[in-house]
Structures are given as C-alpha cells and as structure tokens.
Design a protein around this ligand. Structure first.
Ligand SMILES: *[C@@H]1O[C@H](CO)[C@@H](O)[C@H](O)[C@H]1NC(C)=O
Ligand SMILES: *[C@@H]1O[C@H](CO)[C@@H](O)[C@H](O)[C@H]1NC(C)=O
Ligand SMILES: *[C@@H]1O[C@H](CO)[C@@H](O)[C@H](O)[C@H]1NC(C)=O
Length: 450
C-alpha cells in the first residue's frame, strides 16, 4: 500500500512538472493579474474578511449559509449565529463555556475536548452517527484544561491547565460497578514553565512527553514527569510545538520564519540519549502560526503570516545533510489571527482556519476545493482530523460547539490518485488491489453525500 502511494505521488509530481513547464508562463501571468485584483478589492473593503467571490470552490455548488436571516430574527444576542451546513457530519453540543482544544485519539475511538466550563469530555466517535452523542465527562477541580493529548489507546491523557499553568495526567478507568468509565486526575508534573503552556503531547512510542510554553521553552519529560531535556528554540517566542506522529521529532514554530525539527533520541533499550537538531523548514518570509504532520510522518503543512501555506516532504536523509523539500505553496487572502492548519492523515487535503471559516485545499494543486464559510459564531480555536481521513472536527471557541465535517474533497482526491495509479499499474495483483480501494473510497463518498 505504501509503495503504491509513493508511486502515485511520484507520478503526480511528474505530471505537475510537465504542466508547470508548458503552462508556467501563462499561469504566472494569470496569477499575477489575480493577485493584483485581490489587493485592490481588499483595499476597498475591510481586510479582515475572506473574499468569498475569490475563494468559491471551482466546481461543486453548495447552499450558502444564510447568516443575515438568522441574525435579523430571534437570535439578536448571538450576532454570528450559524445554521447547519450541508457538509456537516454532526455537531457536538454540551460544553457550557468556551471550547479551547479538541483532538482525536490515534485509535480513532474518541475525541477529547477541553473547555472553560471546567470539564474535559471524551466523545464517543461511534455515537457521531446517533441522535445523542455520548461522552465521558471529567471535572477539572478549581481550574480548567486548555490543551489535551490522548495516548494511543485513549486509556490516559495529558492536559495543560490554565490558572495554575500546570501539566496534569488523567486516567480513564472502568467503574467498579461495570457501568462504564470514569476519568480522574492522576498526578501533576512539577512546575517548570515560566510562561503560559501552549501545547502538550505524549509520544506515540510512549517514551516521552513534550510541553511547550509561549516564551522559547520546550520541555521533554519522562512519562512520570521527570525533566529529560529543556530546549531553547531561540525563535523569539513559540507559537506552536508538537510531537510528530511517529514519535521521533518535536517540531516548533515561532516569531521567526523557520520551522524546526528536533530529533528526540533514545537507545534501543529505551534510555534517553539526547535532543539534536534534525531539519529546518525554510521558505516562509514571516512567522509561522501553526503546522501539522501527515500520519506517516513524510509530509508537513505550515501556515504563515506571509499569506501562504506550504507542503513539505520531510522524508529525506537529513542525517546525510539533505534538506526537506518544498512540494507546494498555496495562498489565502485576508488577515486572520492565530490561523490553524491541519493536514489530513493521508495528506491529500489541508483544512485551514480563517477566523470563523475553514478553507479546504488540495495539497498537490494548492487549489481551494471547499469553503466552509462562517460555520462557527466565534473564531475557530481548534481543528483535528480523524485518523481515517474521512472527517475532521472544528471547535468554535466561545460558541461552545464542536462541528464535524465530511471530507468529500479528500475522498475525491484519493479516488483521482488511485485511478491514475491504476492506469499505470503493471501487475494484475496491484490492479485488483487498486480497484478494490477505489470501490471502497466511492462507497465511503456515497455514504457521506447521502
Ligand atoms: C503568551 O504570552 C503573552 C505575553 O508575552 C501573554 O500576554 C499571552 O496571554 C500568553 N499566552 C498565550 C496562551 O498566548
Ligand atoms: C512575540 O514576539 C513579538 C516580537 O517581540 C511580539 O510582537 C509578539 O507580541 C510576541 N507574541 C507573544 C505571544 O508573546
Ligand atoms: C477573530 O479574528 C479576527 C481576524 O482574524 C479578529 O479581527 C477578531 O478580533 C477575532 N475575534 C476575537 C473575538 O478574537
């Protein structure tokens, strides 16, 4: 399967190169005109909104969310009220205050959410299809959680707490009467951060924990909360850091324009050895807000204040001095605070938050394939992909809602890719496998649209 995918990508790249060679001048010219127009139209109106005219999905039509009607009727308090969108899979309601962060567990069974209402909820993904969405609720006494990261099996998770700026480990246990699960705070880490903690993570390898604060500090911990290493990123201040899905790297972004990857090295016996600089992503011309990894750890997506987002191949021999390769650059218009970018685990699609909206872009062409416009009544605070790549979730900050979105665009991109691979497949067994996968993807897509 991995071989087919790399082959597919190689073929796509070849096609791209040819297209670029022949159509390059034309594209550059058209693009230049487009940008010029964009700037003039932005000067006319307020610059903080996305220009919907420009960002309309090229093909598919969808019913626009009619905000004006809603706001003029009953809900005068909520000026940004939204109605359910046709691409919405479900909406998770229950939090009674701001939702800060959401994250799917890597086994795909739960979605963790943190809120100012002093609860953490672990939503059951299985119940997304049901009328009532089930969750396990956990109270955070005297404080509230800002960030959450679940272990692979979702039997435990780690959270950053707001008031005390603490890191707390929580455990999920079976109730003694067998009627379900109970979540409780297990223990706190010693306080080492001198600035606000902006992210926490547990490595998929189970070897370490990472925390990052908004000065220039990243701390690598044992699972018990002993400090293994303190990294000074020297990036003026950190905007984001996280552990790669393979558990090998910790990556950071900040006020400077580069994104850094540090390798966290352990011996075969599991002893911590050292933290070393592995790779830098160099190409943005301003600070990077956010980034994410594909599930196989070969791709990264970054979004920057410079008005672009980029896709990188990080599957290089960095130990021999090879640099990550920039694969594509996309553009967005308008200024949005604290943008988020989430690449789908299968790397076909990126979802980018732009204030209250989400732009869904094709990672190969850079094209906007879907605009989920004003789908929250507050700026989006968090995005997370389900490991299947079939759907992703967004949290709307003070609107208290978590919305889950079908990834129809990604399924279509996958089908196109598989069909290209099928045309070039040489052996019968590869063909059969590809045909089966195309059928599966089509079935999934049909279910999403029904
Ligand atoms: C980050 O640091 C600044 C001070 O430099 C502070 O005002 C801000 O609230 C901090 N917290 C977060 C979560 O950004
Ligand atoms: C980060 O540093 C820059 C430059 O000093 C400053 O403008 C910005 O407000 C800082 N951000 C945070 C979150 O502290
Ligand atoms: C939402 O984002 C916009 C632009 O990104 C910003 O102007 C506005 O102040 C933000 N709203 C809140 C409530 O933070």
């Amino acid at each position: 399967m991995a071989e087919e995918e790399t082959l597919g990508i190689v073929q796509l790249v070849v096609i791209l190169v040819v297209t670029v060679l022949f159509g390059g001048i034309l594209i550059a010219f058209v693009f230049f005109l487009g940008r010029k127009e964009r700037y003039t139209s932005e000067n006319d109106k307020s610059s903080s909104n996305i220009k919907v005219e420009e960002l309309k999905p090229p093909k598919e039509q969808y019913n626009k969310v009619d905000i004006s009607k809603r706001t003029s009727s009953k809900s005068s308090k909520r000026t940004n009220a939204v109605v359910d969108h046709p691409k919405q899979f479900c909406v998770l309601k229950g939090h009674t205050s701001d939702v800060h962060h959401i994250e799917f567990s890597s086994n795909g069974k739960h979605l963790g959410s943190t809120s100012s209402d002093r609860t953490i909820r672990l939503w059951s993904v299985k119940s997304f299809n049901d009328k009532e969405h089930k969750y396990i609720r956990c109270n955070v006494d005297g404080d509230h959680a800002t960030k959450i990261n679940l272990t692979q099996d979702a039997r435990a998770f780690i959270s950053a707490l707001s008031n005390g700026n603490k890191i707390r480990v929580f455990k999920v246990q079976k109730k003694t009467d067998g009627t379900g699960n109970i979540v409780s705070g297990d223990f706190d880490f010693p306080q080492e951060h001198k600035a606000d903690i902006i992210n926490v993570g547990v490595s998929a390898t189970g070897k370490f924990i990472m925390s990052c604060s908004n000065d220039t500090t990243i701390i690598i911990w044992t699972l018990k909360g002993e400090v293994l290493n303190i990294i000074n990123t020297n990036q003026v201040n950190n905007s984001f850091a996280c552990i790669s899905p393979c558990g090998r790297f910790v990556s950071s972004a900040g006020f400077t324009s580069d994104v850094r990857l540090y390798e966290i090295e352990f011996s075969k016996g599991g002893e911590f050895i050292q933290v070393s600089r592995a790779m830098d992503l160099k190409g943005h011309s301003a600070g990077v807000y956010h980034f994410s990894f594909s599930a196989d750890c070969t791709r990264m997506a970054t979004v920057s204040k410079d008005g672009t987002w980029k896709i990188w191949n990080i599957d290089v021999e960095y130990k021999k001095g090879e640099d990550p390769v920039l694969l594509s650059t996309g553009y967005f218009s308008g200024h949005h605070n604290e943008m988020l970018i989430a690449i789908s685990p299968d790397a076909y699609i990126v979802a980018i938050s732009m204030s209250r909206s989400i732009g869904v872009f094709d990672t190969v062409t850079g094209e906007l394939v879907e605009l989920l416009e004003n789908i929250h009544s507050d700026n989006i605070s968090s995005l997370s992909w389900h490991p299947s790549s079939h759907f992703f979730a967004s949290a709307g900050g003070t609107d208290r809602h978590i919305r889950v979105w079908h990834n129809t665009a990604g399924m279509k991109a996958q089908i196109r890719d598989l069909e290209t691979q099928l045309k070039k497949a040489k052996t019968e067994s590869v063909k059969v496998r590809l045909e089966r996968r195309i059928l599966e993807a089509r079935t999934t897509l049909e279910k999403m649209s029904s």
